[in-house]
Write a new protein. Structure first.
Length: 43
């Protein structure tokens, strides 16, 4: 999935409403902002 936002960081990720409510395995680049979401496994 992809969400486009003017900014980066937690506010932009939360606005997309994808990762904050995702429970599963998230495959992404190693961007540090993703690490604060502990409800899923990061690979």
């Amino acid at each position: 999935m992809q969400h486009i936002h003017q900014k980066r960081g937690k506010a932009a990720i939360d606005a997309g409403e994808i990762l904050p409510s995702f429970f599963g395995i998230a495959m992404h680049d190693g961007w540090k902002s993703y690490d604060m979401y502990t409800n899923c496994r990061h690979v």
